[in-house]
Structure formats: C-alpha cells, structure tokens
Design a protein around this ligand. Structure first.
Ligand SMILES: Cc1cc2nc3c(=O)[nH]c(=O)nc-3n(C[C@H](O)[C@H](O)[C@H](O)COP(=O)(O)OP(=O)(O)OC[C@H]3O[C@@H](n4cnc5c(N)ncnc54)[C@H](O)[C@@H]3O)c2cc1C
Length: 379
C-alpha cells in the first residue's frame, strides 16, 4: 500500500471527508479530519438526502455502516408531490407503496453516524484552514486559531468554496444562471400547517414562471426549503438584501414569487428561521490538473454542481470510496499513481453527472417542468 505509515489530513468534515476518514481508519491508517465547525453539536441545516445504491449506499456498505444507516433513515421522506405555483398537486407518489430504492436520511443523523464510526479524537474541531506550504515531503497546514499541523498527505474535502483547491488548479467555476435561497422553518406543523400537510412527511417540488420551490420535511419537525430563480451572478450583492433579516427576505419573496399563491408565504412564519443565498456553480466538463503525490480533493471541492439531480452527497461519498480503494491498493507503487488512478476516474464520472445535473436544472426552470417530470416518472 503506497501510503503505509504516512500521516493524512482530511480538511472538511462533511459527508465526503468523514466517509473517507472511516474507510482509511478501517485500514488502520493515521488520519485526522480538520473541520472548521467549533464542535459536533453546531446545528446542521439543509434538506434530507437520498442515497443511491451504487454510490452513497455502496460507500456506507464498504464502511460497515449500512445497518446503522437503516436504523436512522426515514422511509417516508422520499415521497414526492409536484405542484403548480398555487399548490395544486399535479403528481403524487404518496400512494404508490413503499419504495426504498433511494432511502432518505437527514443531514444531521448522517453526520452523526459517520462521526460516531471514527476513533475518538479523529476530528480536530475549530480548525478553519487558511493556507498551507510545502515542508520536507509533506505540507504545513495553518488554521485560523493559529494552530498548525504537519502531514504527509492532504485531502481537500472542504466543500464548494474549497480553500485548498487553488493548490491543485486555477480552473474557475461557471455560474449556472440559478441562485438558490435556502431556508429552514422550525416547528412547521404549528408555523405552516397547510404546507406541513402538503409535504406530508416527504417532499414538495413546486413550479411556476420558470422558478422552483423545493420543500422537504426533516425528522426534527422543521421544513427545509430552497427557492430557485434565474438571476444575474452578482444578484446577492446587487440586491442588497440582508439575509439575516426575515422581513427583507419576505419582501423579496413577495416580489419574486408575486404571481404564486399566498400559501407559500407561510414559510416565513415563526421567529426561528434562517436564510442562506447560494448562487449555483459547476465546473467545466473537461477539467484536469497535474496529479500531485501528496494532495488531492473530493466532493464539492472537486466538482460542485447545483442540487437538481440529488447527486452531490452521493458523488462525494463515492469519491471517498474510490480514493480510499486506490490509496490502499497494492496495485500502485506510489501515492502519485494511486491518486492519478482516482482522479482520472473521478473526473470522468463527475463530468457525466454534471451534464445530467445541468439538464435537470434547465428543465426544472423551463416553461414545462411538470410535463418533464411526468415523463421522467413514467420512464
Ligand atoms: C440547498 C441544497 C440542497 C441540496 N440537496 C442535495 C440532495 O438532495 N442530494 C444530494 O446528494 N446533494 C444535495 N446537495 C449537495 C450536497 O449538499 C453537497 O454536494 C455535499 O454536501 C458535498 O459534500 P462534501 O463533503 O464534498 O462537502 P460539504 O458537505 O460542503 O462539507 C464540507 C465541510 O468542510 C468544512 N469546511 C469548509 N471550509 C473549511 C475550511 N476552510 N477549513 C476547515 N473546514 C472547512 C465545512 O464546514 C463542511 O463540514 C444540496 C446542496 C444544497 C446547497
């Protein structure tokens, strides 16, 4: 194995980084995860995630965690309703019987499951990576709390705005034309009773005027949601909206979704609510970089993409699996060969999935998303 006795730093404790840490620890390798969150209890937001057989679930299976996953997944969470902009249901799979092809799990429990699978002390919290430089045959990492660490190999798993990526490539992301505003409404049964009923424990995809609104219920009783609108790339700054001010966001929503039914404004009820604007980017299909012998990346850091094909987490976990398999294989004599084998396959797979994702993004923001989804459902 080309990385025997080497120290490995994974920067970023998202699903990709934590899955990789688990897989490497199974091979008794010396691995630490440097995560910027202050501790494991920092609230994790975001929608429910469906894991796919050949990627996310396969990684969990190889990590020996599939049984724990099935204890935590939410069978009802995958049920989908598609509505028009007035909330009229156009497609409904709530009565279609149990379908656990793509089982769903909330982000919080998935992170907890992965964290609990690691040896104590593996994750070094409050480690916001700032920069690194070459030292001997490895890297010296610097964090915002002034700590530093020397390691032999660095894996960037620090997400869509990766700070490590520039050490591998200067290829910039391409704006997809869509900006998301992500929100989370707590106590949805009380604050948004009609929407809570409509979501019915699962998901709602609502469409109108080439815009989208996606809602999913989480196990803690909250509703995660995100709007999708065609905007200029710099809309977030140009709009001058203070996204920490609910009233300002509501005012924007009333304008941008002005022709939609009043039902959706329930999303702004309640005091405990937060919003994050996220312009959606992807990387070019033909991205490539020169393989290094002690640095690589996975997940969104390597191939960010909009969420409209539900592939991001699955790709990050499949990257982790394939990278672990390459690094631990006796087929490769050097770490550079192992990393090259991983990167070549990962880049081809990511380009194909990015292509599918962009097609889906375009169709969901077209003039007939319901027709497209109906045809998709019908195979
Ligand atoms: C609104 C929305 C909905 C989505 N829905 C889905 C879906 O349904 N299905 C799906 O598969 N995907 C979905 N995605 C995409 C998915 O969230 C990502 O693709 C996935 O989380 C990528 O995993 P990752 O481990 O690469 O990165 P991340 O999950 O982003 O994890 C990166 C980690 O690195 C840490 N970090 C970042 N910077 C630093 C730093 N400088 N130093 C130290 N630590 C750092 C972060 O705190 C984080 O813990 C969605 C995304 C969004 C925005």
């Amino acid at each position: 194995m080309p990385i025997q006795n080497k120290s490995i730093a994974i920067v970023g404790g998202g699903p990709g980084g934590l899955t990789l840490a688990r897989l490497l620890q199974q091979q008794e390798l010396n691995v630490k995860v440097y995560e910027r969150d202050l501790n494991k209890d920092v609230r994790v937001q975001g929608a429910t995630l469906d894991l796919h057989e050949e990627s996310g679930l396969e990684a969990l299976r190889k990590a020996g965690l599939i049984q724990q996953f099935y204890e935590l997944y939410r069978p009802e969470a995958g049920k989908l309703r598609i509505t028009d902009k007035y909330g009229q249901i156009k497609l409904d799979d709530h009565d279609s019987g149990e379908d656990n092809n793509r089982p769903e799990i909330d982000r919080g429990p998935l992170r907890k499951l992965l964290l609990e699978s690691l040896e104590p002390g593996t994750v070094v919290w409050d480690s916001h990576f700032l920069r690194m430089e070459k030292e001997n045959n490895g890297w010296r990492l610097h964090f915002s709390n002034n700590n530093t660490a020397y390691v032999d190999i660095v894996i960037a798993a620090d997400g869509a705005n990766s700070k490590i990526r520039p050490w591998l490539t200067s290829i910039s992301p391409v704006y997809s034309g869509i900006t998301i505003v992500e929100g989370n409404l707590y106590d949805a049964a009380e604050n948004a009773p009609e929407l809570f009923k409509l979501v019915n424990g699962g998901k709602v995809f609502a469409f109108g005027d080439e815009q989208s609104l996606i809602l999913s219920q989480k196990g803690d009783g909250s509703l995660a949601f995100y709007t999708g609108c065609k905007t200029a790339e710099d809309w977030v700054t140009k709009s001058r909206i203070d996204f920490s001010d609910k009233d300002q966001v509501l005012q924007w929503f009333r304008g941008a979704f002005g022709t939609w039914g009043p039902l959706w404004q329930q999303l702004f009820n309640g005091e405990k609510i937060s919003f994050v604007p996220r312009p959606q980017y992807h990387f070019p299909f033909n991205q490539q970089w020169k393989t290094q012998n002690n640095l690589t990346m996975l997940g969104d850091a390597a191939h960010r993409m909009p969420p409209y094909a539900g592939e991001g987490v699955n790709m990050a976990m499949q990257d982790a699996l394939e990278l672990a398999e390459c690094l631990c294989s006796n087929e490769y004599l050097t770490s550079e060969q192992a990393i090259h084998a991983y990167e070549s396959r990962m880049l081809i797979r990511a380009a194909a999935v990015t292509q599918i994702t962009l097609e889906s993004t375009a169709m969901l923001h077209s003039t007939d998303p319901v027709g497209w989804m109906t045809r998709l459902f019908e195979g």
